[in-house]
Design a binder for this molecule. Structure first.
Ligand code: AMP
Length: 547
């Protein structure tokens, strides 16, 4: 027997339509690349998204055609989120930090029809224009006054002219909810990037889930600032979730230095912000150096890379801002876990509670996970055994765009299909997952695994250390041993022995790094993560000191 409920599809357009009807006056505030602060509302975003949808129709952008963006977090990018997906085309956000040749490769692989870009990225557009094979229209996201001259061989269109030239009547189509709505390529540290193609259904399910109290706990009373970019996995889904809940949205544009982020947070009374640890490190440095406080911030979601426990404590103890550790990946839409405490943790002493909050956290309904050994056998949830982390759910990829890389899933003994994350983790008896490594970054010493993340977190407790990476370097006796690579804070000093001494009593003796290399910089990827494969190449010729 079938249920007798209305068959209303879960569509991205329903988010902005809902926002317009039920909290249309709520503000969307953006720092523009033109330099000023711009204020609009969800109602206006909806109106302009409909004008833009008409403009895209006029440009010949058809159902499921890909429309690329090279853009910061701003209201025009938000309008594109709703215009492109709303009309049934696919919003393809491209990470502008990739090399131009890689951007052109991705645009060609995705067969993008149009490219919208923020003015900052004109130099990229100039480089990739001759390489792009399928793009028919290139649109500068600005007004006539700020339009740059068109590069050779491209006739740039002006965003504001496109919006003004079309009416705001547009009936969002009743699409099949399984249709693709957006596309994001993985950062791909080796080989070509692969595309994760999200559907309207997966996007809506992810949006519902991340707003829940034990996840990001978003409400109409919040003012939310995603510092995590809208070009990387839809800023963790926050623009959609803010639209759904009616939270005020604050979009920081290209000014991601500590001072600019802090001033915008304070001016707009932000209550919740989300970002990666490297960006938060700049924010905390600015706030600390200038003796400032956060006057409105209640909590921050931190993920994309492991949240260093020292940063967690600074946010919570010094500033009274709850730091919520989150883990996810492009292939998961992206959120997989978030660390919120359970009732049994209420009476824990502070140090024990911090030890739990430093974990990546628990899944929410819609994501299932397990850890397995190399033969695929389930490992116990005891917080100690670690193995390969597998996930499944309606917001997890089944395969990559254009079938790239073949079938990525593995089948377990029950016949269930799982996505191998490539992360190595423990899960404790309360269901809290903790990443110990990327499987490629695990250090294997004498057959035993050592967690590079643990060793890095300990290094970061030293006041002179700004960044730390621990890599396995071949060793004649132990196969591999840990080498600690650090960048020191400007003006700070620390010796090798001082740095190694902080490990005493904190990890078993055999896990203590054998040596320290102090470097000027650690290579970072396009999403701000440390590129340990590059670092390993850099230290390929390293020789251990004689015992
Ligand atoms: P991406 O798809 O580029 O967002 O990268 C996803 C990968 O980033 C994951 O598979 C993890 O290796 C890493 N990652 C994301 N969040 C965390 C976290 N909170 N702690 C440790 N690693 C993380």
């Amino acid at each position: 027997m079938q249920g007798l409920m209305q068959d209303v599809p879960l569509l991205v357009s329903s988010l902005i339509r809902h926002a317009d009807r039920h909290h249309g006056d709520v503000e969307v505030v953006s720092r523009r690349v033109e330099g000023d602060i711009h204020r609009t509302t969800y109602r206006e975003v909806h109106g302009r998204a409909r004008r833009l949808a008409n403009a895209l129709d006029a440009l010949g952008v058809a159902l499921s055609d890909r429309v690329a963006t090279l853009a910061w977090n701003g209201y025009r990018h938000l309008e594109l989120y709703y215009a492109v997906s709303g009309k049934g085309s696919v919003l393809h956000t491209i990470n502008p930090r990739l090399a131009p040749e890689q951007i052109a490769w991705i645009a060609n692989h995705a067969e993008d029809r149009c490219l919208f870009f923020d003015l900052t990225f004109l130099p990229i557009v100039e480089k990739i224009a001759p390489l792009m094979k399928t793009v028919r229209a290139v649109v500068a996201m600005t007004d006539r006054e700020h339009m740059p001259p068109s590069p050779p061989g491209v006739e740039l269109l002006c965003y504001e002219e496109l919006v003004a030239a079309h009416g705001d009547r547009y009936a969002w189509p009743e699409l099949d909810e399984h249709l693709a709505s957006s596309l994001c390529y993985t950062s791909g540290t080796t080989g070509h990037p692969k595309g994760a193609l999200y559907s309207h259904r997966s996007t809506l399910l992810h949006t519902f889930a991340i707003t829940w109290p034990d996840v990001m706990n978003l409400s109409a009373r919040d003012t939310i600032m995603p510092v995590v970019p809208m070009f990387h996995v839809n800023a963790w889904g926050i623009p959609y979730a803010a639209t759904m809940t009616g939270a005020k949205l604050v979009l920081p544009g290209c000014a991601l230095d500590g001072k600019s982020v802090y001033e915008l947070m304070e001016a707009e009374k932000v209550t919740m912000a989300a970002g990666v640890p490297t960006v938060w490190q700049n924010l905390l440095a600015y706030v600390g150096q200038n003796g400032l406080r956060f006057t409105s911030m209640q909590r921050t979601v931190i993920g994309g890379a492991a949240l260093p426990p020292a940063m967690l404590r600074t946010f919570e103890e010094r500033y009274g801002v709850a730091a919520l550790h989150a883990w996810g990946m492009t292939e998961m839409s992206p959120l997989g876990t978030l660390c919120a405490l359970r009732p049994q943790h209420a009476a824990l002493p502070a140090d024990d509670a911090f030890a739990i909050k430093a974990k990546q956290g628990r899944v929410f309904h819609g994501v299932d996970m397990k850890i397995v050994d190399d033969a695929g056998n389930d490992l116990p949830w005891d917080g100690a055994a670690f193995g390969n982390l597998l996930v499944r759910g309606p917001c997890v990829v089944r395969e990559y765009f254009q079938g790239e890389g073949g079938d990525p899933l593995v089948t377990d003994a029950e016949g269930l299909r799982w996505f191998p994350t490539g992360d190595v983790a423990t899960i404790d008896a309360d269901g809290y997952m903790q990443i110990t490594d990327r499987s490629k970054d695990v250090i294997k010493s004498g057959g035993e695994w050592i967690s590079s993340i643990d060793l890095e977190n300990i290094a970061l407790t030293h006041p002179a250390v700004a960044m730390a990476a621990c890599i396995g370097v071949p060793h004649p006796k132990w196969d591999e041993r840990p080498l600690l690579v650090v960048v020191l804070r400007p003006g700070a000093g620390a010796t090798r022995d001082e740095l190694l001494r902080i490990y005493e009593g904190r990890v078993p003796k055999w896990q203590i790094p054998d040596d320290v290399a102090i470097v000027d910089a650690i290579p970072l990827g396009a999403t701000g993560k440390m590129l340990k494969n590059k670092l390993r190449e850099q230290f390929a010729g390293y020789r251990w000191p004689a015992p």
